[in-house]
Every structure is written in structure tokens, then in C-alpha cells.
Design a protein. Structure first.
Length: 336
């Protein structure tokens, strides 16, 4: 039975990824710090579902703890590593930048050091669509430069891409970086727009609509994201011979390292997204129109050609369907 290590395992994406790996016959080691960035009870409920499986081992610790990952890699020797643990959120990074430095950069360093000592078959590390920063050419393609991040959160994620590339080059570690695009769905984080909007609408409160609603996002349903991650597990990059790489491939010419977008490739207007929530809840939202928030971008749009070429898969859940599933989950979970 292969072993997978998943960091951030009690998180929104982490728990869904662990469930998929368990269903596919993996033994899963789940690491999570269970921090109070948002409701810990939600994390505990996610973890409780994973603990139903005898093939799941839970560890509560921070990835940046000195030597923790080194010991865990030595003990478990995971075949696959999926690194999702991170301090998330663009806006929170303006108020609490140090937590991003510690979790995202120091934590990823500890992971890379452990992998250098005990190499897995493939390591997949989460990045973000925010890494594209000030780029305005759409859709975002992995081969374009992304040098002008708009938030410290995005900057730390872009830094982890560079760190991972250096380790892939120096130690021949197969690493795939995947850039998420506005993931949503059941068990989502309370600080995310869909969660906040649904809560406010059902409670009769106004919602804050930034940039006066003139924003587009490439909303990606959680199951589609997990399917993309799972298929990429079996698509480990190989160091190219003689540095020759196809023009449309983000594979490094000097390392078994690649970056891949996972998105729906269909940007949706923010107001259309809100309309889908109104339809699913059966209630009309009272809207407070506000200017753009610092660090935010007006639009995101993933080119998923590379993902489809590597895996044969293209995410396709519509926003209408995905939002409905989330609202159904929210009503059931909070009994409203």
C-alpha cells in the first residue's frame, strides 16, 4: 500500500484530497497545526471524517517546527507528498505578514530539507493564482513571467516555487507546483467569499461587494480541483534531456520541476456568482458596494491546456451547480 503525506490535512482542500487518496488505496499521513485562523471546530469535524479510516494517521504540529518533517519523512518514507499547509488569504497577509513568512516559507523549507534526505517519488506543492499578480494578459498561462505579486501572501507562494525549483535541480526531486484558482465548495473556509455571502444572506445581513462588483474570478469547484491534483500525482515531471522543453510546457529546462494551473477556465462575473447564491438560498442579497481592496486583482482566468495535456482532464462543474451544493451543505451543517 503506497503512503501519501498530506500537509494541511484538516483544511478545506486538504481533507478533500485525503479522502480521495484513501478511496484510491493510499495510506495517508495527515499533518495539520489546527490553528485558530478560523473555527477550529470545522477543522475537527473534517478530521473526524478522515479518522473513520484505519489507513489514516493524524499528526497535530506545524510544518515549520524544526526537525518535525525530517523525523516524519524518516519514519514514514512517503511515496507521494502533497504540501497544502500554508497561511492563506490575501487580506490577512496585510495585517499578519509574519505568519506567512513562518508557515509558507519556513515551513516549505523544512519540507524540502526532509525530501532531500528522504526523496519521495513525487512531491506536489500548492501555489496560487495570485502568483500571476499584475499580469493582465488573459488567460493566465504557466509559461509567462510572474514577477509582480500584489500581496505578501502571493509573494510567499511565488518564493516557494523558486525554492522548490532549486531543490528539484540540485537533488533531482520531481516537484509539481499547482496554482489554484478560487476554490469553493462544501466544507470551505469561513473567510472565503462564498461562505461569508451565504451566511450573511441567510441571516438577512448585507454583503460587502468590492470594486463595486466589477470583478471576475475563475471559480473552481473543490471536487474538480482534487481530481486535478490526484491525476497530477501520476504525472511526475522528468528532467529534460539537453534542456529541450516544448514551448507550451512549463517544465524547467534544468530540473524535474513544473508549474500547472488548476482552474475552471471560465471566469465568472462576481455579480453572476452572487446571483447563483441568491438562487440557491432563495433570498435576495442586500449589497454594500465598496472600492477594490489592497492586494486584490480585478480578474483571474486559468489556461488549463497543460493540465489537460498531462492528465486528459478538464474541470467542468458549473458555478450554479457548485454553489447549490455548497448552500445545501451549509444549511445542513449549521441547521438553517
Amino acid at each position: 500500500m503506497p503512503t501519501a503525506l498530506v500537509t494541511g490535512a484538516a483544511g478545506f482542500i486538504g481533507q478533500a484530497t485525503c479522502r480521495r487518496l484513501l478511496a484510491d488505496g493510499y495510506r495517508v499521513i495527515g499533518l495539520d497545526a489546527m490553528t485558530d485562523y478560523y473555527d477550529v471546530a470545522l477543522k475537527e469535524r473534517r478530521e473526524a471524517a478522515l479518522l473513520q479510516s484505519a489507513d489514516y494517521r493524524s499528526i497535530h504540529a506545524k510544518v515549520e517546527d524544526d526537525g518535525l518533517l525530517m523525523s516524519l519523512f524518516a519514519e514514514e518514507k512517503p511515496n507521494v507528498v502533497i504540501h497544502l499547509a500554508a497561511q492563506a488569504g490575501v487580506r490577512y497577509s496585510i495585517d499578519q505578514p509574519r505568519s506567512y513568512l513562518e508557515s509558507n516559507i519556513a515551513g516549505t523549507f523544512e519540507l524540502l530539507e526532509a525530501a532531500r534526505a528522504h526523496p519521495p517519488r513525487h512531491m506536489l506543492i500548492a501555489s496560487t493564482s495570485s502568483a500571476y499578480g499584475a499580469n493582465t494578459a488573459m488567460p493566465y498561462v504557466e509559461t509567462v513571467k510572474a514577477d509582480h505579486q500584489m500581496s505578501f501572501y502571493a509573494a510567499t507562494k511565488k518564493a516557494t516555487e523558486a525554492m522548490a525549483h532549486s531543490y528539484a535541480h540540485l537533488y533531482d526531486l520531481p516537484i509539481t507546483m499547482f496554482r489554484f484558482f478560487t476554490v469553493y465548495g462544501p466544507w470551505g473556509r469561513p473567510d472565503m467569499a462564498l461562505f461569508k455571502f451565504t451566511k450573511a444572506i441567510l441571516e438577512g445581513d448585507a454583503i460587502d461587494v468590492y470594486n463595486h462588483g466589477d470583478m471576475k474570478r475563475d471559480f473552481t469547484y473543490i471536487d474538480d480541483l482534487v481530481q486535478g491534483i490526484r491525476l497530477l500525482v501520476d504525472a511526475a515531471p522528468i528532467r529534460p534531456k539537453d534542456g529541450v522543453v516544448a514551448e507550451d510546457d512549463s517544465l524547467s529546462p534544468v530540473a524535474p520541476w513544473r508549474v500547472v494551473n488548476i482552474g475552471n477556465s471560465e471566469p465568472v462575473q462576481l455579480m453572476t456568482f452572487i446571483e447563483a447564491i441568491e438562487q440557491a438560498t432563495g433570498q435576495t442579497a442586500e449589497k454594500t458596494m465598496l472600492p477594490m481592496q489592497p492586494g486584490d486583482v480585478p480578474a483571474t482566468w486559468a489556461d488549463t491546456t497543460l493540465l489537460e495535456r498531462l492528465t486528459g482532464y478538464r474541470p467542468q462543474t458549473s458555478v450554479t451547480e457548485g454553489v447549490r451544493r455548497f448552500v445545501d451543505w451549509y444549511r445542513d451543517y449549521y441547521r438553517v
